[in-house]
Design a protein around this ligand. Structure first.
Ligand code: IPE
Ligand code: IPE
Ligand code: MG
Length: 237
């Protein structure tokens, strides 16, 4: 058994970045980069299954990504729908349970329907929890949580005792998901871009120089090996 399958992180979160640059370097339109990126998604899901990772969160579309040119946004939504329709049977076969986090009501009808269908069809699967962050922004998530707490309090459905970190995080989209142990960002960028700000407080960070469409199984295993060499101290000695 290789080291990455012996002691894997329980939860890996990935900022999948660099699709546009991958396409540009080949003189292709940006959407071709997103299309190629979908292949990496498939490969990384397989690698996580092989390595016994229990949760994989993929940042697929941020709240800020709505500000991209309309044809690119449309292409991304179409690719998302296509991915869900064509991969649901594989997810089923591989015992993968799909979930989604973000302001999902902002998604267009086609991908939203495909998403609901795949989530419902895979809901009893147990091998890997795959979480897609869609129309996701971490600041938006925190504000949504606060607004939910205000609403529940007004309705008398929340007692008035002071919030704690653990009672607060029950209102985040990720309430049923443990915090990521390992955060990966591809394309060499060293920023968080509004991703899981609360949840990555103590995640280990791995930056890969590879553009997302070039990121493969071995790159994931390399990230896991690096994680396994870290000393997580949580502020202690
Ligand atoms: C990541 O690749 C995919 C999304 C953000 C949807 P980019 O599209 O950001 O690619 P670059 O960063 O422009 O190369
Ligand atoms: C982050 O990548 C969002 C996703 C990967 C979905 P971006 O390419 O949107 O982030 P910035 O613009 O480089 O910060
Ligand atoms: Mg980018």
């Amino acid at each position: 058994m290789s080291s990455e399958t012996e002691n894997p992180p329980k939860h890996i979160a990935i900022i999948m970045d660099g699709n546009g640059r991958w396409a540009k370097s080949r003189n292709l339109p940006r959407w071709k980069g997103h299309e190629a990126g979908a292949e990496s998604v498939r490969e990384v899901i397989d690698a996580c299954i092989e390595a016994n990772v229990q949760y994989l969160t993929l940042y697929a579309f941020s709240t800020e990504n709505w500000n991209r040119p309309k044809p690119e946004v449309t292409a991304l939504m179409k690719l998302l729908e296509k991915f869900l329709v064509s991969h649901t049977s594989d997810l089923q076969k591989n015992n993968v349970k799909l979930q989604a986090i973000g302001r999902l009501k902002d998604l267009t009808q086609g991908p939203m329907n495909a998403l609901s269908k795949t989530i419902s069809e895979t809901k009893n699967n147990t091998k890997l929890n795959l979480i897609l962050a869609l129309s996701y922004g971490s600041r938006e998530e925190i504000v949504d949580a606060v607004n939910n707490i205000i609403k529940l309090t007004k309705e008398g459905n929340l007692d008035n005792t002071e919030l704690t970190t653990s009672s607060f995080e029950k209102h985040l989209y990720t309430s049923n998901i443990p915090d990521p142990d390992l955060l990966i960002r591809t394309s060499g960028e060293m920023r968080i871009s509004n991703f899981l700000l609360w949840q990555i407080s103590y995640s280990e960070i791995f930056i890969s120089e590879k553009l997302w469409p070039d990121f493969n199984k071995n790159d994931l295993f390399e990230a896991i090996d690096s994680y396994n060499k870290r000393d997580r101290r949580y502020g202690e000695v």
